[in-house]
Structures are given as structure tokens and as C-alpha cells.
Design a protein around this ligand. Sequence first.
Ligand code: NI
Length: 258
Amino acid sequence: MLIDTHCHLDEYSHEELKQVLEHMKDHIMIVSGVNDVTNQEVMNYCNQYPNIYGVVGIHPEEVENIGENSFVLLESLLKNPKIVGIGEIGLDYHYTKGNIEIQKEVFKKQIELAKKYHKPVVVHSRDALQDTYDIIKQYKDDSIPFILHAYSGSVEMAKQFVKLGVKFGIGGVVTFKNGVKTKEVVEALPLKHFLLETDSPYLTPEPYRGQKNEPYNVIYVANKIAEIKQISVDTVIEATTENAIQVFSLPIVSRKEV
Ligand code: NI
């Protein structure tokens, strides 16, 4: 059984979505929200499909769009058992450095919510890894896990995060020719630190790079990790599925077959 621990379903047409769900019917998806609208949609998917779980949160690029009720909505959704984490939240300095303080404030406020509801935190960090590290270090205790989604930092930095107990979401980038850093991280660290993800509909792995991504493509991420670590793909899937079940406290028993 595959678990795509990070995907978005809001950019598919009706037909595309039917395909996505069909391909994943024996597998699990953890769908991520980024703002009020998508957070509510995540909840709707969770209610409709038994194999869909969700994480909800305010993405760093959405901090300017927070409404009065954004946190009220978040709290109400976090009470639902199918919402298995808060995310994706964090820091993104790629396009704007003008609102860093607001981003930090919103990130911290949501980590506090994660602690209140005992849910793991799915972190988005882009061009902001040191500040992300500092905030996680400040808040990290044994009560909630942190997952760095789409990790693309160095091995050295990864080892610092490991000391904080942070797990890494590995996606399509590991299959890219220029995904050198991600490959190095996969090679250097044991499987117990990794989760599989697609970030669909983005970051499509080889051999389908350029097309719209879909959750079933986690299989290509698993294949690449197996190749890098020179182990069987079954071993990769088994270990990462177990990691995902534990980190998100999913109420399912892992099965070995794919
Ligand atoms: Ni994402």
C-alpha cells in the first residue's frame, strides 16, 4: 500500500479527479490545504472518501489573505479525526521578503494550534531553511512530530533537523537530473526518516516530468529511492508507509502488497 503524504486535489478537472481517485483506490492520500477555501475542500474530500486524510493550514504565501475567521475554521477542522495534521505551513522567502515577520507569526500561531490538538506539523520551507530550523527548534518537544515537506536542503542541514526528530517528505525532485541535493540526503540518511509524497499536481517525477502530477506517481519516487539506496522497492514502500502511519497516527494497518 502506497501513501502519498502530501498532495493537492483542487486543480484537477472533474475527469482528471476521477482518474486520480481510481488509480489510488487501494492506497492512501493525505491532501493538503493552503487557505480557507482549500482547507474546507480538504475536509469535504475526507468526508467523502475513506482513503483520504487531510492536513489543513495557512500557507506562508497566503498570510496576507487571512480573514477574521481563518483560525476559527482551522480549529474547527482540527477537531475532526480525519484531519491528521496542520499544514502546509511555514516560511517562503522566494517571492517576497516583505512580510517575513507576519509569516513567522502565522507559522508560530499554527504550531501552537498543533500542540493544542496534538497533531503533527507539515512544514513548507522555501529559501528560508535557517529560520525554519530556528522556529522548529524553539517549539519542538516530544508532543508533536514535524515533517519537512519537499526537503531540498543539504545533508548537513538534514542532520541538524534529524536531531530535532524531523522527518522529510521526499517527492519527484529526487528523480530530476538537477535534484542532486535530494539524492544526497536520500543516500545519507536511513529510510526511517523519510515519507513519500508527490505535491501533486506539481513536481511530476521522471519519466513524466512536464505532465500534470498525480498521487499514484509516488511509485516513481519509491523506485528512485530504491535505486539510490540499492534496496528493493518493496522495502522502501513498506518502511515509508509504516513511517507515515506512525507520524500521522493513521488508523490503518499497513499491508505489504502494492
Ligand atoms: Ni504542497
